[in-house]
Design a protein around this ligand. Sequence first.
Ligand SMILES: [Zn+2]
Ligand SMILES: [Zn+2]
Length: 235
Amino acid sequence: MLRSLAYRMLPPQCVVCELHAAAPATSICAQCETDFFAPDAARCECCAIRLPVAQPGAQRMCGRCLTAQPLFDATTTLADYVSPVDGMVRAMKFTARLDLADLFGRLIAGRLSALPSASTQAIVVPVPLAFERVRQRGFNQSIHIARAFARASGRRLVIDQLLRIRHTPPQLSLALKERRRNVRGAFAVEGKLDGQNVFVVDDVMTTGSTLDEVARALKQAGAAHVHNLIVARTP
Ligand SMILES: [Zn+2]
Ligand SMILES: [Zn+2]
């Protein structure tokens, strides 16, 4: 009892290194934030995959996006889905560490503030989870990340316009072609988005099939520009 009281009075430890105290109002220490969440210069502007060291003057897009451009226009990721960020994402989802969703949302806001092209007028839309998944987990982590991002960046959160209208089996076990087929028609937009710019928030981007399908629904409803904001990109 006494021990747990003393523990609670100590400043919270950094979730990554468990050595340093976390910076005020966050879950990570300043050193780990620098080490694991520093921006990478060379990523595809469209899908955020890491590029071989950028050739000067060349367009910053990967071969896949140049050949078949996705329906979204841009993607910003905080990091690759590798240790320790993958563990943080799993802790957020499977042990309900919503403080980490707050941390991710605030880090994304910081990253975007350094991006002059980012629209200040855009609305913030989290990727909806399948109803069954929400029932199992009790929450949708993307809503929590999006809310923290919207609050920290002064943008408007919209959670009732993008809907998941069809349950899809988990993407993990599927090959790329099957993933595309799996999510086809899974999303719909209620109402119109006439000419609006949209930030789409999700935790992990793998092949981009889900986000492509989200962008399709948003653009069919009239969205002008779709920019994905994700915590981690599978390399
Ligand atoms: Zn640390
Ligand atoms: Zn790309």
